[in-house]
Ligand binder design. Structure first.
Ligand SMILES: Nc1ncnc2c1ncn2[C@@H]1O[C@H](COP(=O)(O)OP(=O)(O)O)[C@@H](O)[C@H]1O
Ligand SMILES: [Mg+2]
Length: 262
């Protein structure tokens, strides 16, 4: 077992555990019987995840924070394990109507959160600033991008993409946004959302931020991008039908492109 802060060690005792291999960030996630420990390098995003999780406790189904400790350059977030399964679990992928219904519900629940006293701004002012930082410090993961984003018919470089995003910045329609609304970050159980996790990018942002990433994630998961299994005959556009919303393709493209710089 890793060298953990005493407070965390005392809370987990000798419980059995396994390491998660789903998350794509450089965090270490350890799954216990009914708790989860997320260890991250200290950063604005990882501290924000803890703060936003606390803020959301009585507002949305999110894990309960059991302990939050910092030691050296890491922070340790011990939280309850949410019930159910990730929304990309086979059981849901085989029932796309039900899955998309639940995800649409999940988006609508976010939009109902009262943001009048929320201090966590995560709109384009903040995101473009962070994107600039990522580009300037060369931390954009160019291996984890859509094939068409860069190259022959795409952008020449991350600098060019950033410039385009700044020039083509759309009007924002502010709601409470998850910030990384992809299937592995949304848990389902008993035909409802049982947990929103991975909250490091959550806060006030444009409604289309989450719609865009949800749409992209549906496409990726049904195409079998993250596992070998492909699911045939899925129409991602049912998302807009369930949301009863006309797709704003410009914004979907914009927020999908913006995410390339994170
Ligand atoms: N509170 C939790 N309850 C249940 N599973 C969790 C919880 N937190 C994380 N996980 C599992 O670990 C995975 C990675 O955690 P996540 O917070 O999404 O990290 P990353 O930032 O690496 O994506 C999730 O997709 C999920 O399968
Ligand atoms: Mg995640």
């Amino acid at each position: 077992m890793l060298d953990l802060p005493d407070k965390i060690k005392n809370l987990i005792g000798n419980e059995n555990f396994s390491y998660d291999d789903v998350g794509m960030s450089d965090s270490t996630v350890i799954i216990f019987t009914d708790k989860v420990l997320k260890i991250q390098s200290i950063s604005e995003e990882s501290e924000h995840e803890y703060q936003v999780m606390e803020w959301l406790q009585d507002k949305l189904p999110v894990p309960r924070v059991l302990a939050y400790e910092k030691a050296e350059d890491k922070n340790y977030l011990l939280m309850t394990k949410v019930s159910g399964k990730m929304s990309c679990a086979d059981q849901y992928m085989r029932n796309p109507e039900q899955l998309v219904n639940l995800l649409a519900e999940g988006l609508k629940m976010l939009w109902k959160v009262d943001i009048s006293n929320c201090t966590y701004m995560h709109g384009l002012d903040e995101k473009l600033q962070m994107a600039k930082h990522n580009v300037q410090n060369n931390v954009v993961d160019m291996d984890d991008v859509e094939p068409e984003t860069f190259g022959e018919n795409g952008f020449e470089s991350s600098e060019h993409l950033l410039k385009w995003l700044i020039t083509n910045r759309p009007e924002e329609e502010f709601v409470f946004s998850h910030g990384d609304f992809c299937l592995p970050n949304i848990f389902l159980s008993d035909e409802k959302i049982s947990g929103y996790i991975d909250l490091g990018k959550a806060g006030i942002a444009d409604r289309w931020q989450d719609i865009a990433l949800c749409y992209r994630s549906l496409l990726h998961n049904f195409e079998g991008k993250y596992c070998d299994k492909k699911y045939q005959g899925f129409r991602a556009d049912i998302l807009f039908e369930k949301l009863d919303i006309v797709p704003d393709w410009d914004k979907i493209r914009y927020y999908t492109l913006l995410d390339e710089l994170f």
